[in-house]
Design a protein around this ligand. Structure first.
Ligand code: PMP
Length: 287
C-alpha cells in the first residue's frame, strides 16, 4: 500500500516527499511541530494539541499555513489515505523558504506545512515490564515550553540513554532537579503515595498527556503536587513513570541502573495507565 505524506498542499508518495533546501526549518530549525496519538482510528486530545500548536506558532510569530479547519481536514484525509488505525500523526510548520539569513524574512513568506503518519502497535492497558531511564544534564535553551523542531540537546540525551541500554533520558537542571524526559514528562510517586511532577513554565513542555492525566488524577481523588523534584528524590521514590502522546503512561523501574522502589511496575503507574488507555478509547477522563 502506498504511504502518503502531505507537503505544502499536496499528498505525495512518502518516499518522494521533500522540502526546499532553503526551508528555514531545515537550515535554522525555525519551526514547530505536534504529535497526536491515534487509537482505533480516532485522534487523542486533538483540540489541546492544535491549541498548543497555535501557541507555539504565536510565540515564534509564524503564521498559520492553512486555517485550523483545513488542518483538521488534512489530518483526516492523510489518516484515511494511510489507513491509520493505531499510531500517530506528525505535523510540522516552519517559517517557510527564504534566502538564508538569521533574521526573519522581510518579504512575506508562506509558512511550510508537512504532515506524516506512523503506524504503531495497538497500545494496550498492560504496562509491560517498565523501562529504564538515564540522567543527563539539561543543556537546552530557556524556552522549552515551545514545541520547536530544534531538538539537538534532546537527541543527544536520548542517544546517550539508548547507548547505556536505557529507554529514555531524564534531564537534570543546575539545581539537581529532573525537569522532564527527552521526549516525555517525568513523574514520581512518593513514599506517602503522593504524585509529583514538575510545574509547567519555560523550563519544560506542557505535555498534553500530562494535562489529561492530571484531570484523571483529580477525578480519582489522588493527591498530586506540581513541584520540582531532585534526581536523588526520584531514586528513592516508591514509583516513577513517564507520559507522552506516544508512550501514554509508561512505568520507570530503573534510574541510572538503580531500581525504583522494588524494581517492579508499581500499582499507581499500572492504574493510571489503565485509566489513560480507557480515556484514549472513550475520550472521557471520568468513568
Ligand atoms: N516533553 C518533551 C520534551 C516532549 O518532546 C514531549 C513529547 N511531545 C513531552 C514532554 C510530552 O508531551 P505530550 O504528552 O504532549 O506528548
Amino acid at each position: 500500500m502506498a504511504r502518503y505524506a502531505y507537503v505544502n498542499g499536496r499528498y505525495v508518495d512518502h518516499r518522494e516527499a521533500s522540502v526546499h533546501i532553503e526551508d528555514r526549518g531545515y537550515q535554522l530549525a525555525d519551526g514547530v511541530y505536534e504529535v497526536v496519538g491515534v487509537r482505533g482510528g480516532k485522534l487523542i486530545d486533538e483540540g489541546p494539541h492544535i491549541d498548543r500548536l497555535d501557541r507555539s506558532l504565536r510565540e515564534l510569530r509564524i503564521g498559520w499555513p492553512v486555517s485550523r479547519n483545513t488542518l483538521g481536514f488534512i489530518i483526516r484525509e492523510l489518516m484515511r489515505r494511510n489507513r491509520l488505525h493505531d499510531g500517530l500523526v506528525y505535523m510540522q510548520v516552519t517559517r517557510g523558504v527564504a534566502r538564508r539569513d538569521h533574521a526573519f524574512p522581510t518579504t512575506p513568506v508562506k509558512p511550510a506545512l508537512v504532515l506524516t503518519t506512523k503506524n504503531t502497535k495497538h497500545i494496550v492497558a498492560d504496562t509491560g515490564p517498565g523501562v529504564a531511564v538515564k540522567s543527563q544534564p539539561d543543556i537546552r535553551w530557556g524556552r522549552c515550553d515551545i514545541k520547536t523542531v530544534a531538538l539537538l540537546p534532546n537527541v543527544l540525551a536520548k542517544q546517550a540513554a539508548r547507548e547505556s541500554g536505557a529507554y529514555e533520558a531524564w534531564l537534570v537542571d543546575g539545581k539537581g532537579c529532573v525537569t522532564e524526559g527527552a521526549s516525555t514528562n517525568a513523574w514520581i510517586v512518593t513514599g506517602e503515595g503522593e504524585l509529583v511532577t514538575r510545574q509547567t513554565d519555560n523550563g519544560i513542555l506542557a505535555g498534553i498527556t500530562r494535562h489529561t492525566l492530571r484531570s484523571i488524577c483529580d477525578s480519582l481523588q489522588l493527591k498530586l503536587v506540581e513541584r520540582p523534584f531532585t534526581l536523588a528524590e526520584a531514586k528513592k521514590a516508591k514509583e516513577a513513570f513517564i507520559t507522552s502522546a506516544t508512550s501514554f503512561v509508561t512505568p520507570v523501574v530503573k534510574i541510572d541502573g538503580d531500581p525504583v522502589g522494588d524494581g517492579k511496575v508499581g500499582d499507581m503507574a499500572r492504574r493510571l495507565r489503565e485509566e489513560y488507555v480507557r480515556f484514549s478509547e472513550t475520550g472521557e477522563a471520568v468513568t
